[in-house]
Design a protein around this ligand. Structure first.
Ligand SMILES: [Zn+2]
Length: 120
């Protein structure tokens, strides 16, 4: 099975109203955009090919969003780990020890920029 990718919206780059207006042009209602902003970081889309993921990410970046593309494990691996497709397992989340912001595990905190210990 080919690898699939997911798009994660992490933050706004150009302000809420701008983002909502631009997302509307992409067929996303203002309510949904509002929800995306509130829940961020949040997975916008899963199971995309790299090409689709890049196109999708570009569109959201144009709309004033900061996004990440992450490689996904295959569905069968998710099942083996007891995960549920569509829900990110808890071990992918971390809480910043400096500012307490809950987020997907990455190199550094998306809010305060603190580098996470790679051993954790
Ligand atoms: Zn932080």
């Amino acid at each position: 099975m080919d690898k699939t990718y997911r798009i994660i919206f992490s933050s706004l780059t150009k302000g809420k109203e701008y983002f909502k207006r631009q997302m509307l042009k992409l067929g996303v209602s203002e309510d949904i955009s509002e929800g995306i902003i509130k829940k961020s970081p949040v997975i916008l889309k899963r199971g995309l090919s790299l090409r689709d993921a890049r196109a999708y990410a570009d569109a959201v970046i144009e709309a004033g969003g900061k996004v990440l593309i992450e490689i996904e494990k295959s569905m069968s691996e998710d099942f083996r780990e007891g995960g549920f497709p569509g829900v990110v397992s808890l071990k992918n989340f971390t809480m910043c020890p400096q500012c307490g912001y809950k987020q997907l595990k990455m190199e550094k905190c998306i809010r305060c920029g603190l580098r996470f210990d790679p051993k954790i």
